[in-house]
Design a protein. Structure first.
Length: 463
């Protein structure tokens, strides 16, 4: 059952990270079967050497303690640990896809139409395509064949820059020593609190509605206008500290958020006209504003969008997330966050993925997760825990993940924490270490090898 094998393999990366963090340092995989008729694949130690080295060096110890002591335990006997529940949801979703009937057009007893993308006229419509088959075709095109390699290569530097910004590691994009910004991590943790203001279901509802909208004529026009906007000289000229200050961007953000929350076309136009922007910029932005006004008439988008914006304004009152985007993209001019590069990568993916597989997959997965309330709460729990900046005091040294070191954080005589680090301070530096050492690309290469083997020539995702 190739489709079942594919479903299981899609969970390998996440599962390996969890169990590696929980003490799999000494696990040894059984030796692979020797086959003389195919080219021999590299073993896991060759595919992910940096990942294994970080584990062997003990650099994942803090993350391990956090996972073991907080995410693999439950406060209630009738509720499973949050990570267990997230894994259950992943397997359940993929198993549901795998148990569906074979795709229309699949031959010779196969579950899917050919793995390699066939001519467009031979592909099943997205409305009747099996979700697992569509994922496999997208991975084959964008990863195995390397058609999305520019996007893949952008993941690592973006993630590195973001984590370094949060943790204050290394130098910024202008060569200055970074300072930490754990306040942004705290905001993310608040976004995941599942309280009156913030619910993950709002984000999922927005993804579901928007992925459906972009396949409509109006949605495609919005994407076209955004692509055209990115190369306008007035826009690219604005994106520098001389053309736009941090406070100016925050003001623009607050104005637009208030206008969108009002969900009134006249109010949105009036708010746009009052923005402190040059006339040419406003003229070039007008088509996008017209597109946004069309969206105001779609309650399936606007209802979760308004709730999400309320979460943002209530939990990020200083708009630290907006300030982070400004500092990385405009003040520091980090190349990986440059508008021209980002839009170029996105346009390249759109040119390759004319079928719209990625949009389809995003909407399908969001719909599946949305139906599992317990999994949503568990995912929110994981997010809230990992990004938490709360520093508990008086915790038992022998059980608290926050007392990872004997001194100065923990008084072993009193068996209590005295100057503990937050979960974010424990976990995010480990994440930064993983990303810095190329584990993201190693993982993509390993998934490529597991799914497509290594007999088909050079793997574009492996470098």
């Amino acid at each position: 059952m190739n489709h079942l094998r594919f479903a299981v393999l899609l969970t390998v990366g996440f599962t390996v990270l969890v169990f590696a963090a929980c003490g799999a340092e000494n696990a040894v995989a059984p030796e692979a079967e020797k086959r003389a008729d195919i080219r021999e694949c590299q073993g896991f130690e060759q595919l992910m050497p940096n990942f294994l080295k970080i584990i062997a060096d003990g650099k994942m110890e803090n993350l391990k303690r956090l996972v073991e002591n907080q995410l693999l335990k439950s406060d209630r006997a009738d509720v499973p640990p949050p990570i267990n529940e997230v894994l259950r949801s992943i397997f359940k979703t993929l198993a549901t896809f795998a148990n569906k009937p074979a795709e229309p057009g699949a031959t010779n007893g196969e579950f899917c139409v050919a793995t390699a993308i066939p001519p467009a006229e031979q592909q099943p419509p997205l409305t009747s395509a099996n979700e697992l088959c569509e994922m496999r075709r997208a991975l084959d095109l964008l990863v195995h064949q390397g058609k999305g390699v520019d996007a893949i290569n952008l993941i690592e530097p973006q993630a590195t820059t973001l984590v370094n910004y949060l943790t204050g590691t290394g130098n910024d994009c202008k060569g200055r020593p970074r300072v930490s910004h754990y306040e942004v991590s705290g905001v993310v943790s608040q976004f995941c609190t599942q309280n009156l203001n913030c619910q993950l279901t709002d984000g999922l509802d927005m993804v579901i509605a928007f992925t459906a909208y972009v396949n409509t004529p109006d949605g495609k026009l919005l994407v076209q206008h955004l692509n055209e906007l990115a190369v306008k000289p007035s826009i690219t000229g604005l994106l520098n500290p001389q053309g736009l200050t941090e406070d100016g961007m925050v003001t623009i953000g607050r104005t637009l958020i208030t206008a969108v929350q009002g969900a009134d076309a006249a109010g949105l136009r009036n708010a746009f006209n009052t923005l402190p922007l040059p006339d040419q910029v406003k003229m070039d932005l007008q088509p996008v504003v017209d597109d946004l006004i069309k969206i105001l008439g779609h309650p399936e988008i606007m209802a979760p969008l308004k709730r999400s914006l309320n979460c943002l304004t209530m939990e990020d009152r200083n708009l630290d997330t907006v300030r982070m985007i400004y500092r990385l993209a405009i003040e520091e001019q980090c190349p990986e966050f440059g508008l021209t590069r980002l839009t170029g990568v996105l346009q390249g993916i759109q040119d390759v993925d004319k079928r719209g597989s990625l949009i389809f997959i995003a909407g399908t997965l969001a719909t599946a997760v949305r139906a599992d309330e317990l999994a949503i709460d568990s995912a929110a729990n994981v997010c809230r825990t990992v990004f938490s900046t709360r520093k508990a005091t008086g915790a038992d040294c022998t059980t608290s993940a926050q007392c990872a070191e004997p001194t100065p954080d923990c008084d072993r005589t009193l068996r209590q924490c005295i100057a503990v680090r937050s979960n974010a301070e424990l976990a995010l530096p480990v994440v930064g270490e993983l990303v810095k050492n190329g584990v993201v690309n190693e993982g993509i290469c390993a998934i490529d090898t597991l799914l497509f083997g290594c007999a088909g020539g050079v793997q574009a995702a492996c470098r």
